[in-house]
Design a protein around this ligand. Structure first.
Ligand SMILES: Cc1cc2nc3c(=O)[nH]c(=O)nc-3n(C[C@H](O)[C@H](O)[C@H](O)COP(=O)(O)OP(=O)(O)OC[C@H]3O[C@@H](n4cnc5c(N)ncnc54)[C@H](O)[C@@H]3O)c2cc1C
Length: 360
């Protein structure tokens, strides 16, 4: 067997200032949400276990918060304990044989980690550049973009299991990842992610690019590889053009990203859609279509507004706060979009966003 040099990599945890505030609008990218009756910051896995465990013992409802970029919190706020997971730090091993195996604190900012991975020559996360939020939230809905999913490179996920009152580590195969879904999303609130471990091959080239627009922009065929740093910068440019990179000055980004998931329907249902509807294979007898296409086909234009809530002027799938909107205004817009799409196409859109205290 050949010798394999293993290099230790690590980054010291960064102390997080206590961002104590009880208005959840200040902690969500949609900028809506009423007060939390108690708000704490957990900086270590043991703090998560203690804070969440004490609340569970006392029967106090708990809301786990990362970057607040996939949440619509109601105007009444949250009557319970909000635990913001702020566990930082990165360590792992890099070797020619195993590539980079890195353990990342759940509170690290996802896009900072992607930038670091690209700089280090850890290949595979580049197409997921620009997604807001924390590392710990990425396995929850198996974040994805431009033909890549975080599940492609997750090795394991360490959690606090609120039911068993113990730490539990899931191997990737046990996370039940699928399109915008996982065991963590299917059992809401049970598992608090404290650390995510990733495995990446080493190299300056990206993972094979599966998304035609991205492949074209970096000058390769679909399935080809390009310089990972170029892929990252190209993804950031494409995303910014769609209002999908957070920008405090741009209300098109005051959203939770895509509000609805792309519907997966049977071949029979897909056959009822007009010929130009996007169709992608989604497993035996199933077809994935585009929520954005359905919304546009149902007569909504970019920038369509209702009071202070509106569709992004750059992307119909992002419901945005045009400034001072209430959660109820966002909900009313979401209902209008969902209902008209159902009426015109027969397909019911399902929210990708986590609704906290509100219902569509
Ligand atoms: C402009 C914009 C663009 C976006 N683009 C994309 C995209 O391309 N692809 C994509 O998939 N998503 C996208 N999103 C959605 C969002 O960024 C991701 O879902 C992200 O992973 C959410 O991270 P967060 O830390 O902000 O989670 P939060 O919004 O804080 O939480 C989301 C859910 O996860 C739970 N949660 C958070 N942290 C933990 C934890 N440590 N343990 C257990 N549960 C936890 C929360 O309770 C909640 O249910 C976008 C959002 C915005 C605003």
């Amino acid at each position: 067997m050949s010798e394999c040099a293993v290099q230790r990599v690590s980054k010291a945890p960064v102390p997080v200032p206590s961002p104590y505030s009880v208005l959840l609008a200040d902690h969500t990218t949609l900028r809506v949400g009423g007060p939390a009756s108690r708000f704490v910051v957990a900086r270590t896995p043991d703090e998560v276990a203690r804070l969440v465990g004490e609340a569970d013992d006392a029967g106090i409802p708990v809301l786990i918060l990362g970057g607040g970029s996939n949440m619509l919190v109601c105007d009444d706020g949250f009557d319970g304990l909000v635990v913001r997971v702020a566990i930082t730090g990165l360590d792992g091993n890099v070797s020619d044989c195993g590539g980079a195996v890195v353990n990342v604190g759940a509170g690290e900012v996802w896009d900072d980690f992607v930038a670091h991975a690209v700089e280090q020559g850890w290949s595979g996360a580049e197409a997921l550049s620009g997604i807001p939020g924390s590392v710990g939230a990425t396995p929850i809905q198996n974040v994805g973009a431009y033909g890549a999913e975080v599940a492609d490179h997750i090795y394991s996920v360490r959690t606090w299991d609120r039911q068993a009152r113990a730490f539990r580590t899931f191997a990737a195969a046990d996370c039940e990842f699928s399109y915008r879904n996982s065991i963590f999303k299917r059992t809401p609130g049970r598992y608090v992610v404290v650390e995510v471990s990733f495995q990446f091959p080493l190299g300056s080239l990206s993972a094979p690019i599966r998304y035609a627009e991205l492949a074209g922009r970096v000058g390769v065929a679909v399935g080809g590889r390009a310089d990972a740093a170029l892929v990252r910068s190209t993804v950031l440019t494409i995303r910014a053009g769609k209002g999908m990179v957070l920008d405090a000055a741009d209300p098109d980004t005051w959203s939770a990203g895509s509000f609805f998931t792309n519907p997966i329907v049977t071949e029979e249902v897909a056959a009822t859609l007009p010929d130009d509807a996007p169709r992608f294979p989604a497993g035996e007898g199933m077809v994935k279509t585009s929520a954005a296409w359905l919304i546009q086909h149902s007569g909504f234009e970019k920038g369509y507004a209702r009071e202070r809530a509106g569709l992004s002027t750059k992307h119909v799938l992002a419901l945005t706060n045009r400034g001072g909107a209430s959660a109820e205004e966002i909900v009313a817009l979401a209902r209008e979009v969902r209902d008209r799409v159902a009426e015109r196409t027969g397909i019911e859109l399902v929210p990708e966003v986590n609704l906290i205290g509100c219902q569509l």
